[in-house]
Structure formats: C-alpha cells, structure tokens
Design a binder for this molecule. Structure first.
Ligand code: 5RP
Length: 236
C-alpha cells in the first residue's frame, strides 16, 4: 500500500486493490473514471507488469485513457472490444439493492454504456458512499448544449409534475464556464435530497428533449467492494 494515505484514500485504495483480484488473464475490462477508479487502473497496471497478464482496457473517459496508457494497459475502444468481461468503476452513492448514482466526475454517459456492455460490473467505493436511499448526492443529468436552459426548465417542470418538491437544478461549472463532458455536453445536477422512485425518475428524465443520459445506474451493478479507512474491505 502506498505510504501516508489519508483514511479516505486508504479506503479507496483497498477497495480498488481487492477488485483487481476479479481480473483474469485475457479479459477485456471496462475502466471507470474518478479517484477510486484511478487507484484501480494503477493496481491493474501493476499486476499486468508483475504477472505478465494479457489484459485489454476500455476506458470510460479521456482522463482514464491517459492514465491507463501511462501505466502500461493496452487500451482499445468499446467498438473494437464489442463486449467486455468486466467493468470496475467507482460510484457517488450505492444502496442496499446495489443501485447507484454516478456522474460526479462527469463521465456517466460512457460509464453507463461501458458497464451495460459488460458481463459484470463491480463498483469500488469507500464506506461513506453507502446510503439508505439514493438522492443526497445531486443526480447528474447530461444534456446537449443546444437549448440547455429549455431542457433545464422541462426537467424542473417534470419534477414538479412528479411531486418531487424542494428540488433545484444547477448547471455544473468549471470555474466561470460550464463543465463540458468528453462528448461536448453539459451536466445539470438535480438536488433532490431523496429519490423515492428511481426507476420512474430515470425513465422520465431520459424522455426530456435534450437529455442524453442520467446518472441513475439501476440493475447494472453486480458486486460492490467497500473499503474502510482502517484498511478493511467488505464485498457485497
Ligand atoms: C465519474 C463517476 C465516479 O465514479 C464517481 O464520481 C466517484 O468518484 P470518486 O471515486 O472520485 O469518489 O461516476 O463520472
């Protein structure tokens, strides 16, 4: 384990390291995005170097692609891979049914496509990501830049019609300008506090004109590897 890690980084590291145990020689692996996924990519690079494994990675962002190449992982696109054995990714929240909110790092679109194209999705998370109900973390919704304010107004109107009260929606910023995803889109963060019907919300959000995808990952994750600040790991 790297020296001098904060408890949160230690939790992310131990979860990432354990998840890499699921990777076998010859696998095509989806590589998630975020600080926890970055630990996993480094750990994967290490076992490829040390054990000489033949692993191909499909990254879910340009950031992850750069890191993966730097640590010696053979990187291909999803269209080249077509189907993946496994995806390992982080999450912003997970609940008891292993449903997730993702997209805090702005890569939810590629992450959802890659995870859906995998036989198995393993989420790596520190204990703080576990919630009784999804929604305390703002739900990211990716929208195309054209008419994004109209999409935002339609989302807000839809939430009111669904009786989701006390909500507000913010455009994610990067300093003074909108945050732009790898696909050139914007992210709207929906501050909902608690999501009572995730399935309905996900369907309805994706019907709003201009919405590309939302950060609810329902029935996609198979296993969660949870790291603790004391270095313990729990697999669910
Ligand atoms: C990126 C994501 C990340 O997996 C999520 O934001 C968790 O990030 P971190 O591991 O840095 O806490 O969904 O779009």
């Amino acid at each position: 384990m790297p020296m001098d890690l904060s408890p949160i980084d230690k939790a992310k590291f131990v979860a990432a390291k354990r998840a890499v145990d699921y990777v076998e020689d010859g696998m095509r692996v989806g590589l998630g995005t975020g600080s926890t996924a970055a630990w996993m990519v480094r750990c994967l690079g290490e076992i490829i170097r040390e054990e000489g494994l033949n692993i191909t990675g499909v990254p879910t962002s340009s950031r992850t692609a750069d890191l993966a190449r730097n640590v010696g992982i053979n990187v291909i696109s999803l269209d080249e891979a077509k189907w993946l054995d496994l995806t390992i990714d982080g999450a912003d929240e997970f609940d008891a049914d292993l449903n997730l909110i993702k997209g805090g790092g702005g890569a939810l679109l590629q992450e959802k496509i890659v995870a859906t194209a995998s036989d198995r999705m393993i989420v790596i998370a520190d204990v703080a990501k576990e919630v009784a109900a999804l929604g305390a973390f703002p739900l990211p919704v990716e929208v195309i830049p054209f008419g994004w304010q109209t999409s935002k107004a339609l989302i807000e109107e839809t939430l009111v019609n669904m009786d989701v009260l006390g909500q507000n929606t913010t455009l994610r910023m990067n300093g003074d300008t909108p945050f732009v995803t790898d696909e050139g889109n914007y992210i709207l963060d929906l501050h909902l506090r608690r999501i009572s019907n995730a399935r309905q919300l996900s369907l309805v959000m994706n019907q709003v004109p201009g919405v590309v995808e939302n950060g609810l990952f329902l029935d996609i994750c198979d296993v969660v590897v949870i790291g603790g600040g004391d270095g313990t790991v729990e697999v669910r």
